[in-house]
Structures are given as structure tokens and as C-alpha cells.
Design a protein around this ligand. Structure first.
Ligand code: NAD
Length: 362
């Protein structure tokens, strides 16, 4: 009879367990009887506090087991609110000791993008599966290092593309799969909001800010999912209406993508404009989503009268549940590290095009 992992652990000495788990392969690869994985959130800012922690109260396959924060006051508040034991609370310095904590199966990195690589690699080395927020990282080199580290430590790496778990986005893939309206010809894809902050990491180059990585990936995902193809070239222009705030990174990015089939996409993203829509024009019809990336309200219609409006309680809960199930069943993730890398490849080309003023091959 299989023994429960928790019971098994309780039979080990602390030192024995530390040795066992610091090698990481056991923790990452054997967990047959756990029916809920323990998640530790790294970085307790807006997204963790307002979206992920509440979603983790609704999940079936995982729960909020731990936190990693640089702010002791936040740790106290979270411990009380979510009943998190002291032993599951880490700071950025002692984070690597998480390797010895069997309560934590997955580390979810929710930090500014330039910090993603460091914490994904440290989590992988600790033998933990990793979820990483979008944009995956500022560069292709970072993404490749993150993928390599997770693969060599035998842990899974999922990117927080919550929309890919939303049934309303699945409609896009289905239309192209079924060739419902023929080939995709032209796409308009936009995602932006007005950010009133002036000194946030989103305005800092060093921390991985800029509209392109933040909201631009939604516009890009819309175009990539609608075609089911990878773009082969891009021409882009950056602009700002608030140069006093956007000194290091772009406030607005417009980028035009060419796909191998001949489909073209005009994409926009901004920290100064409220917009969120996807219009896909096929040979014989169209599909519209507006909004295309809202948390709980993706909806739209098609030229044949089909309404796209499947209810979803929490994208984040569904995303974490589906990713945890993939870990437990050792099946493929919906949005693995390789998917995050595909977007960052385009992002790098977008910036090259802005710098050169020319079209850039991808
Ligand atoms: P935030 O600024 O609200 O939180 C960032 C956290 O990182 C804070 O707890 C902060 O204390 C911590 N931090 C540690 N070192 C820092 C440093 N040097 N500078 C700034 N902060 C530092 O940001 P957020 O909106 O929660 O975004 C975090 C991540 O989540 C980003 O990758 C972002 O793109 C992503 N995000 C995703 C979604 C989504 O829908 N998938 C939505 C919002 C944010």
C-alpha cells in the first residue's frame, strides 16, 4: 500500500529530510497521493493580493501554503488572514531553504519582470515546480535560462497566461481549427489601460517595465492565437504623450505583424489608453472579442450570429487548478515556458524595429 507523503515525511529525521529534498528530484517527481498542491506566492503586490490569493480560496487542486516577501509587516498580515504557519514564510534571502519544505510544491513568481529569472531559477534549484507571471522576462536569453534550469531540475514551468485557460479564448482556436470562415486575413488587436502611477516598476527599464511586455503580450497573444501561427516579421513604433513619466520605457507601442499564411495583424498597447479588443477578419466572416483579456468578462460574437460569452468564475483559479493537475498527472501544461519565450522573441524584435525604424525578421 502506498503511504501518504506527509506520513512518510514524518518518519524522517529533519536532517534526513533536508538531505533528501535538497537533491530535489524526489520532491519534484514523486507526489502520487497528494490531492492538493501547496503553492507559495513570491511577491505580495497587487496581483498576488487582489487576484491570486483570493483565487486560491476557490481552487480544488491547490491551496495557498506559503509566502515569500521582503516586507515583514506584509508577512504578519498574510499569516493571520490566510492561516499560514511561520515555517512556510520566507524572505528573499532565506528563500532557498524552501527546498526543505514539503508543504510547498509550487513556487509562483509574481515579481517585477526583471526579477523573474532569478526567482524561477532559485525555485527550480530548490526542486519546486514553478509558475511565473507574464511577461516571462525582459529577454530571450533570460527565458532560455529559465526553461533550461526547470528542465535540468526536472520541474515544470508554467507562465501565468490566465486567458489561455478561459473558454472564451478557446473559441478563437476552434474557429481556425474548423476553418469556419476560411483563412485569417486581417487582425486588429489592442490591450491597454491608463496607468496614473509615475514611479512604479512599469515605468522602469531596469525592472522590466514598458507597455509592450505588460499589456502588449495580450495584444500579441490575441494575434498569435487567432492565426495559430508564429509571426515572421514585425515593424513597430513607440510613442508617449507623457514624456515626463515615460523617460525609460514606452507609454504606447504600435506593432504590425506578418504571419507565414499572409495574415497581418495591427496591434496596439498602451499605459495611456483604455482599449481591449480583438477583431479577426477571415475570408468569409469575422470574430470580435471585447474585452479580449479582462479577468472575468471576455466576450464577443461572430459574423454568423454566434455569441461568445461562457461564464467563468475565476480565470486565476482555473489556471492554477489546470496547471496543478498537469503537474500531478505529469501531462502537458497549457502555457509552458516555451510559450512565454515565443512572446518575448517577438518583444525583442519589436524593440529592434523601434531602434532601427525598419521591419525586423523574427
Ligand atoms: P506590484 O508592483 O503590485 O507588486 C510587485 C511586488 O514585487 C511587490 O510586492 C513588491 O514589494 C515586490 N518587489 C520586490 N522587489 C521589488 C523591486 N525591486 N521593485 C518593485 N517591487 C519589488 O506588481 P503586480 O501588478 O503585482 O505585478 C507583479 C507581476 O504580476 C508582474 O509580472 C505583472 O506583469 C504580473 N501581473 C499579471 C497579471 C495578469 O493578469 N496575469 C495582472 C497583474 C500583474
Amino acid at each position: 500500500m502506498l503511504i501518504e507523503r506527509r506520513e512518510f515525511l514524518s518518519t524522517l529525521t529533519v536532517a534526513g529530510a533536508a538531505t533528501l529534498f535538497s537533491g530535489n528530484t524526489l520532491l519534484a517527481s514523486t507526489n502520487p497521493k497528494k490531492d492538493k498542491l501547496g503553492i507559495a506566492l513570491v511577491g505580495l503586490g497587487y496581483y498576488s493580493q487582489d487576484l491570486l490569493a483570493p483565487a486560491l480560496q476557490q481552487t480544488q487542486n491547490c491551496y495557498l501554503a506559503g509566502i515569500v516577501t521582503g516586507t515583514p509587516e506584509k508577512a504578519e498580515k498574510w499569516k493571520a488572514k490566510y492561516n499560514i504557519p511561520d515555517k512556510n514564510v520566507y524572505n528573499y534571502q532565506n528563500f532557498d531553504q524552501i527546498a526543505n519544505n514539503p508543504d510547498i510544491d509550487v513556487v509562483y513568481v509574481v515579481l517585477p519582470p526583471s526579477m523573474h529569472r532569478e526567482f524561477v531559477v532559485r525555485a527550480a534549484k530548490a526542486g519546486k515546480h514553478v509558475f511565473c507571471e507574464k511577461p516571462m522576462a525582459p529577454s530571450v536569453a533570460d527565458c532560455e535560462a529559465m526553461i533550461k534550469s526547470c528542465s535540468s531540475n526536472k520541474v515544470k514551468l508554467a507562465i501565468g497566461y490566465r486567458c489561455q485557460h478561459d473558454p472564451n479564448i478557446h473559441a478563437l482556436r476552434q474557429v481556425i481549427k474548423d476553418q469556419k470562415f476560411g483563412k485569417v486575413k486581417m487582425i486588429n488587436s489592442a490591450a491597454g489601460y491608463f496607468d496614473a502611477r509615475t514611479t512604479h516598476w512599469k515605468q522602469s527599464k531596469k525592472l522590466g517595465g514598458g507597455a509592450m511586455g505588460d499589456m502588449g503580450v495580450y495584444a500579441l497573444q490575441g494575434a498569435r492565437l487567432a492565426t495559430g501561427e508564429e509571426p515572421i516579421s514585425v515593424i513597430a513604433q513607440a510613442s508617449t504623450t507623457r514624456p515626463e513619466i515615460y523617460k525609460e520605457v514606452e507609454e504606447t507601442m504600435m506593432f504590425m505583424l506578418d504571419f507565414p499564411s499572409g495574415a497581418r495583424a495591427a496591434c496596439q498597447t498602451s499605459f495611456g489608453i483604455n482599449m481591449n479588443y480583438l477583431q479577426v477578419n477571415y475570408e468569409k466572416g469575422w470574430l470580435k472579442l471585447e474585452p479580449q483579456s479582462a479577468y472575468n468578462g471576455i466576450k464577443g460574437s461572430m459574423s454568423d450570429g454566434t455569441i461568445i460569452n461562457n461564464p467563468i468564475k475565476s480565470q486565476q483559479a482555473k489556471q492554477m487548478d489546470e496547471d496543478c493537475l498537469a503537474i500531478m498527472n505529469k501531462t502537458d501544461l497549457i502555457a509552458p515556458g516555451e510559450e512565454g519565450l515565443r512572446d518575448i522573441r517577438v518583444l525583442e524584435a519589436v524593440y529592434k524595429s523601434v531602434a532601427s525604424g525598419k521591419s525586423v525578421k523574427i
